[in-house]
Design a protein. Structure first.
Length: 614
């Protein structure tokens, strides 16, 4: 992506400052052999390293500024400054004029830092496309676009946080604000940190505003949607050479189709298939490619590709990360890069802004139970259901009991009812010493924070707001952006253009989820544009047949066995739990239990490849 790092608030001396900024830059990302630039003195430093995304760096009048990404300003003078002198010059001018309030005038994907004497302001974009981590240690405010870079500063202690391990096993990544390192935090989307007079002030400079019950007619929304969609794709397709990810889902197919309409030159798409029954969706990619007349490039993933990708993935992320679709994403981007493509357009974000995840409809079924008067539930329905003779032997009664149990759990915790961590008592999963060192309730608290921070009382919009953070910013964007970066590709997300995100929030709730129909408005608005088979198909994505191949492919099976044997000695999980997980993976359901096998495999591989960070 490119990267920057720096600090204020501590006196290191000139030589140590030089060594520290060099060490941080060496571990903060960017591309191989990339140019870097830095400016430092005894008390502060800022450095930047080039990557696949635009970078800007400047020292002017005692101030230092660094920007990564493509921000835009709603201030004409600042826009002109950015155009003529660069994003960092505009940032310095804005800080002088507005202080931290400059952030409300800034749009688009970015990470930024501006230093003024012993003050510093850092922030990331509203969606969380870019990231920033920071630490405050002994008066030193240290920051970087890479978590691993922060702990290279001499004032920051490199220590694995047990809570981060627990959170990883719960979420399969480490959600912000946490990081793998104790004392180091990540910014949330639209968050800033202002360091001044030795103190940290943090907050949000923007929040998505939901309009639950818009009265505008459908055709008005549809017309506006098509306008914004074309604008977003047109803006994202500036420069090149570029192509699209094409999974055959509604989002990637829509982006590919709109791009084909806008471009006179042939449009190229890249798709990944799997030679395993129930996983391959190449037929839908081909349908979209045929409909829009694009030049399709296909790659079929093999088990050996996973063996090749695992060490690459674990060494590339500065925290443990277990989204298995990172593997096909990498090979898709790699193939595009080999063909000379520099930019890929991705369809990520559509589910989280238009209501495309199946759990949204499912959770609303449970919400209906809460509308029944409490007195009726407690005095009649629940006693009758729970007291029904031989109830567990009768399927209807058994289903009703399950429904009541789940409906009694409030949102957002109910969304995690089937989490692997909840399949057994924690004492049967975790080693006692490790469990005593963490707060098992923290993941739920993090979920509640994002859910109730939504600017809407409706459960659908609250779930969307939660997923914008946990599913998108913490997971999918990290997956796609990082895998594309190591392949040498810049990725852009047209569906996450701010005007389109704002538009989606103004849609009525029942335009997003209507009964069991997901993404109702999106599909209705595009029913004459997308192939019908793609609109009506069930959601799949880039699912990886890892669980099946981990049993049938000897090199992958050996890698899994060696990794789990090593992980069993880490002191996090009980040996009996790991053994039972392996048994169920082999004997009960390879795909389902293979998910948790992958999570443990990737954690062990990360810990081993980053041994110096322990």
């Amino acid at each position: 992506m490119g990267c920057f790092c720096g600090w204020v608030g501590t006196t290191l001396g000139s030589d140590m400052s030089q060594q520290a900024i060099k060490a941080m830059l060496a571990h903060c990302g960017g591309t191989a052999n990339a140019d870097s630039n830095s400016d430092y003195d005894e008390t502060a430093a800022l450095g930047i390293r080039e990557g696949v995304y635009a970078t800007s760096f400047l020292r002017e009048g005692g101030m230092r500024a660094a920007v990564i990404g493509s921000p835009t300003w709603d201030d004409e003078q600042l826009s002109q400054t950015a155009k003529s002198r660069g994003a960092a010059a505009a940032l310095i001018a804005a800080y002088r004029a507005y202080g931290k309030e400059l952030l409300s005038r800034l749009h688009g994907p970015f990470a930024l830092a501006v230093l003024n004497g012993d003050e510093a302001l850092i922030a990331i974009d509203r969606i969380g496309i870019h990231g920033l981590s920071y630490a405050l240690e002994d008066g030193a405010f240290v920051f970087s676009t890479s978590t691993g870079s922060v702990v290279r500063h001499p004032c920051v202690v490199r220590r694995i946080d047990p809570q981060a391990i627990f959170n990883y096993l719960y979420f399969h990544d480490i959600p912000s604000p946490g990081t793998i390192f104790d004392g180091v935090e990540k910014l949330l989307p639209a968050q800033y940190v202002h360091f001044r007079n030795g103190q940290l002030e943090n907050g949000f400079y923007w929040q998505l505003h939901f309009e639950d019950h818009s009265k505008a007619p459908f055709h008005t929304h549809q017309q506006r949607f098509h306008e914004l969609l074309r604008q977003a794709v047109a803006t994202s397709s500036a420069q090149g050479p570029l192509a699209t990810f094409l999974s055959g889902g509604t989002d990637s197919s829509t982006i590919t189709g709109v791009l084909a309409e806008l471009k006179e030159d042939p449009v190229h798409s890249y798709s990944v298939g799997f030679g395993a029954e129930g996983f391959d969706e190449m037929e839908y990619s081909r349908l979209a490619a045929q409909r829009f007349g694009v030049t399709a490039h296909e790659y079929y993933l093999e088990p050996d590709d996973i063996v090749e990708a695992i060490p690459l993935i674990t060494s590339s992320y500065d925290e443990p990360f277990a989204n298995d679709s990172a593997v096909p994403t990498y090979f898709c981007a790699k193939r595009a890069a080999e063909d000379g493509i520099k930019i890929l357009l991705a369809g990520d974000g559509g589910d989280e802004i238009f209501g495309g995840n199946e759990r949204y409809a499912k959770q609303m079924v449970f919400e209906h139970y809460g509308r029944i008067p409490v007195s009726l539930r407690r005095s009649l329905i629940e006693p009758l259901t729970n007291g029904f003779p031989a109830g567990e032997a009768l399927l209807p009664v058994r289903k009703l009991r399950s429904y009541i149990r789940q409906a009694s759990i409030p949102l957002p915790e109910r969304m995690e009812s089937y989490n692997f961590v909840h399949r057994q008592p924690l004492e049967e999963m975790f080693e006692p010493d490790f469990l005593a060192s963490v707060n098992p309730e923290m993941p739920k608290a993090m979920l509640r924070d994002a859910y109730f921070r939504a600017d809407s009382p409706h459960p659908i919009n609250r779930m969307l707001h939660l997923d914008l953070k946990f599913t998108l910013a913490d997971n999918d964007l990290r997956k796609v952006s990082r895998m594309c970066e190591i392949a040498g590709i810049e990725v852009r997300y047209p569906l996450l253009h701010e005007a389109l995100v704002d538009f989606s929030a103004q849609l009525p709730v029942n335009y997003k989820v209507r009964g069991h129909r997901l993404r109702w408005f999106f599909k209705q608005a595009l029913q004459d544009f997308l192939p019908r088979e793609i609109i009506t198909k069930s959601k799949h994505g880039f699912g990886l047949p890892f669980g099946v191949w981990a049993l049938s492919h000897p090199p992958l099976r050996e890698l899994v066995n060696d990794s789990l044997n090593a992980f069993a000695h880490r002191g996090y999980l009980r040996t009996a739990y790991i053994q039972d997980l392996r048994r169920q993976h082999a004997e009960v359901h390879p795909t389902y239990f293979g998910k948790m096998i992958w999570v443990l495999l990737m954690l062990e591989q990360w810990l081993d490849s980053h041994a110096g960070d322990r």
